[in-house]
Design a binder for this molecule. Sequence first.
Ligand SMILES: CC(C)(COP(=O)(O)OP(=O)(O)OC[C@H]1O[C@@H](n2cnc3c(N)ncnc32)[C@H](O)[C@@H]1OP(=O)(O)O)[C@@H](O)C(=O)NCCC(=O)NCCSC(=O)C[C@H](O)C(=O)O
Ligand SMILES: [Mg+2]
Length: 275
Amino acid sequence: MTVAPPVNAPIVTGLYVPGDRPERFDKAVATGAQLVILDLEDAVADAHKASAREAVASWLRARAPGCTVVQVRINAGEPLDLAALAAVDAEFELRVPKVESLSDLDVVARAVPGHPLTALFETALGVEGALALAAHSAVTRLALGESDLASDLGTRAPAAMDYARMRVLFAARAAGLPAPMLSAYPGIRDLDGLRADTERGRDLGWVGRTAIHPSQLSVIADVFRPDAAQLAWAESVLAATGSGGVSTLANGDMVDGAMVGRARSILALAAALPR
Ligand SMILES: CC(C)(COP(=O)(O)OP(=O)(O)OC[C@H]1O[C@@H](n2cnc3c(N)ncnc32)[C@H](O)[C@@H]1OP(=O)(O)O)[C@@H](O)C(=O)NCCC(=O)NCCSC(=O)C[C@H](O)C(=O)O
Ligand SMILES: [Mg+2]
């Protein structure tokens, strides 16, 4: 049985599905991924764009409300995508690729009003503008497209990706948005590589990751699930700081209100990722 996540629960696992594979849409939801992204953009060949648009709109109309967050990734500046989605009266979010300017977001927010936007940064210009773009009133999440970014930069060097991850993380937090989810890891069979790269992103402060294959989901959940020591620390911080002021944990560490936010985030992650 799927249990609805608590309000403001972190979203840790996401799964992309090509928009022209409607037979996989319900399957994607059934994986238990907390976020399912129906892609009209790079996963769909030009010849299939129109049928993908129709398949996505018709699935959204027929879908019974559930606890999975559903996003549609549109093609940047494609009026046909916007028109098709504006005609759908259902709950979904929009994932806007290659965002570089406020007008990229305005166009979408005006054409399909009332749907939260995830701004996907995939170029140096987008990453450098992340702080201002995160302040757009329709934007509720930020993300990075690291494959496109690597093409724009001409490198996928870890230092370049770390820089982009840090800028986008700071932009999200400065705008009061949740820590972003890591970009899709293209090596479907390389689960060790996925784990290592996800751990690196987690250690930089990112929370969650979008997958492109169901087999990646359990690795992603594992990486973000707090371990027993983190849980014990979080619980002892909350217990020790209940009445404010400074306290000392059993191990001698000082704790105060400054640690409460992190303790709560650890407990929220544990609640979102049951064993
Ligand atoms: C990559 C794939 C094309 C692989 O497909 P396939 O070879 O058919 O996979 P399997 O045979 O291993 O499938 C096994 C079963 O799993 C189901 N399956 C596979 N993938 C998905 C999925 N994404 N969602 C739901 N279900 C899925 C199959 O149906 C099989 O089920 P069964 O028959 O019952 O056993 C494919 O995985 C795929 O298309 N993935 C998504 C690709 C995608 O959307 N890419 C775009 C997003 S990432 C991106 O754009 C990068 C970003 O923008 C950037 O710049 O970084
Ligand atoms: Mg991309």
